[in-house]
Each structure stands twice: as structure tokens, then as C-alpha cells.
Ligand binder design. Structure first.
Ligand code: PMP
Length: 330
């Protein structure tokens, strides 16, 4: 039994589940880390804890201080939980295009929420730059800086990668996931290569992101767009520097959504779209590695965070996405 006297110890050590539909589809075995089982219901709790504890160890944050961050939402939720447990405040800057559920969750957790219009990274109003400015202007505050603070990927080298290795008894042929900050892909990639350099690491990139072209042809270039929240990067963040990427896939929202539906209908897993994109990538990687190959990926967050979007027929119609039978009637 898992017993702890410290709520922060609930972060990480997530279960690994074999995904039966994707395994059958690929001819291999697809195994997935249940990151929705973290206290904040996403993979980002891990980065939040490492970033805050790194700042504490470096003496950058004093008791009662404030943590400021720009985020698509999940990192903010993780930071708010960690901050509450340690007696800090949080100011979270988020683009207003993110799901209602994330905004409501952040407010419920006590974070001060600052919504900004979605803007390109080159625009000074972008959520990342806005959060840096607020941190500079706030007394006794730190800027978490998840994109370029490598405490983020260290959480995945020390945690996620070694957990996957142990949970799979070292019998693993490949790993894939999508990139927001790159902490997960680079951290798990580096951690697994340290154990066995033959493990293939693949990027699963949504449309609208620039990394597929970068790893395929050395050029940051994007095409199309995606409704997936939390992923889709246009630059090489510090967390991505030196990421051991062996191969790359471009995954459409339709392909990712198809897996989101199937995982819910066939395996009872209610997930967000980045999880579906990861599973689509894992199926491709297992096919490429051959029959019986063992591939791991990440189930990044819970679908309950997207009831007003991915699981809402009006929203799906508005975005021109297919509406599943379960949502079509009534
Ligand atoms: N999926 C979701 C839902 C996320 O919120 C994030 C984090 N932005 C990711 C995937 C990507 O994780 P990372 O930042 O480690 O690349």
C-alpha cells in the first residue's frame, strides 16, 4: 500500500497501464503513464514541484513569497497546489483561449488568475513575457519559467524515466510524446537513453507546431493548426536542448481525437487531446519498431478538464471536428 504523511509525496510514482486497443492496432505493446493520477490531474505537477524546490534550494524564494508563471493551465494548477502546501502565493498568466475548466480550477485553488489574449511569442503581450514582467514587478516573487528552467526536465529524468524503466522491467524499445515545454520528451528521452541507448525516442507533434520540421529537416517551420491545449511548440526551449530525438511524427487532431474516443469507449479512460496524440504516435512507433515491440507514452491529463470543449458537441461542431455518437443525441 502507498502511504505518505506528506501531500507533496503524492506527486509522481503514477501507475503504468497497458493500452489494449492501441497494442492490438500496432502489433506491439503500448504502455502509458497515468499522469492524470497526480494530485493536480496532469503531468505538470512533477515540473511544478521540481521548479519550486529548486528555487528553495537556491535561496531564490523566501517564506510567504509568490510564484508567478505563464501557462496553458496545467502547470499553473500544479504550482498552485505545491504553493498551497508550502505557504506561497501564485499568480498565473494564461491565454484566454484555454478551457473554462482550467480557469475555474485555478481560481478554486486560490491562484490569482491573469488572462491575456492569445498572441505570438514575438509579441510582448504573450503570456510568457507577461508573466516574467509581473514576477519582476512583484516583491519576493520568482518566475517559474517552465519553458527554459531545466528543473522541469530534471523532474522527468529523475522521476518519469526511471519509473517507466522500473515498471517495464527494463524491457522497452521506444518512447514518444508531444511537446509543450519539452520537459517530458527531453527528460524521459535523456533518462531512458542513460539506461539503454538503443531505446528509440520519437516526437509526436501536432499540426501548427514547428518541431516536426526541425527534427526532420533542421528548420523551425509550422503548418496548419491544432485545438490541443498544452502542446505545440515553435522554438527550441532550454528544456529541449540536446533532446535525443531519433524520429518524428506529425499527428492531426482528428487522429488524436479518434484515440481519445476509443480509449474512453473501449478502456474507460477519459483523457485530453495531447494524450490521444501521444497514443497515435505510440502506435506509429510500435509499427515502425516491429511486431512485439514495447513502447511507452504519456496520458498527460484528465478529460474532465475539457467537458466544455472536446466532450461538448457544440464546441466540436464550431471547430469542424467530428461529433461522436455518444454526444450527438438528446
Ligand atoms: N499535455 C498537456 C495537457 C499539457 O498541459 C502539457 C504541458 N504544457 C503537455 C502535454 C506537454 O508537456 P511538456 O511541457 O513537458 O512538454
Amino acid at each position: 500500500m502507498h502511504v505518505t504523511s506528506n501531500s507533496l509525496a503524492l506527486i509522481g510514482n503514477t501507475p503504468l497501464v497497458r493500452l489494449n486497443g492501441p497494442s492490438a492496432e500496432s502489433g506491439g505493446e503500448i504502455w502509458a503513464k497515468c499522469e492524470f493520477a497526480n494530485p493536480g490531474a496532469s503531468v505538470k505537477d512533477r515540473a511544478a514541484l521540481f521548479i519550486v524546490e529548486d528555487a528553495e534550494q537556491k535561496g531564490l524564494i523566501k517564506p510567504g513569497g509568490t510564484i508567478v508563471e505563464g501557462t496553458a493551465g496545467n502547470t499553473g494548477i500544479g504550482l498552485a497546489l505545491v504553493a498551497n502546501a508550502k505557504g506561497y502565493r501564485t499568480i498565473i498568466v494564461m491565454p484566454e483561449t484555454q478551457s473554462r475548466e482550467k480557469m475555474d480550477t485555478l481560481r478554486a485553488l486560490g491562484a490569482e488568475l491573469v488572462l491575456v489574449p492569445a498572441a505570438p511569442y514575438s509579441n510582448p503581450g504573450h503570456f510568457v513575457h507577461t508573466s516574467r514582467r509581473i514576477a519582476e514587478e512583484t516583491e519576493n516573487a520568482i518566475w517559474a519559467n517552465q519553458f527554459d528552467n531545466v528543473a522541469n526536465r530534471r523532474a522527468h529524468i529523475a522521476g518519469t524515466a526511471s519509473e517507466i524503466w522500473d515498471q517495464m522491467d527494463g524491457r522497452i524499445d521506444g518512447f514518444t510524446c508531444a511537446v509543450g515545454t519539452g520537459g517530458t520528451l527531453a527528460g524521459v528521452g535523456l533518462g531512458l537513453k542513460e539506461k539503454d541507448e538503443r531505446i528509440k525516442i520519437a516526437l509526436s507533434d501536432p499540426h501548427g507546431a514547428a518541431l516536426y520540421e526541425y527534427y526532420a529537416h533542421g528548420e523551425l517551420k509550422s503548418e496548419g493548426s491544432s485545438v490541443a491545449e498544452g502542446i505545440g511548440q515553435g522554438r527550441i526551449t532550454a528544456n529541449l536542448e540536446g533532446a535525443p530525438v531519433d524520429t518524428q511524427y506529425r499527428i492531426s487532431d482528428e487522429e488524436g481525437l479518434e484515440w481519445v474516443r476509443r480509449l474512453l469507449d473501449e478502456e474507460g479512460l477519459c483523457l485530453g487531446l495531447s494524450s490521444g496524440i501521444n497514443v497515435a504516435g505510440a502506435v506509429r512507433l510500435a509499427r515502425e519498431l516491429g511486431p512485439g515491440s514495447r513502447v511507452a507514452t504519456i496520458l498527460c491529463d484528465t478529460g474532465f478538464r475539457y467537458l466544455s470543449t472536446l466532450y461538448n458537441r457544440e464546441w466540436l461542431r464550431m471547430k469542424g471536428l467530428p461529433v461522436p455518437d455518444s454526444l450527438a443525441g438528446g
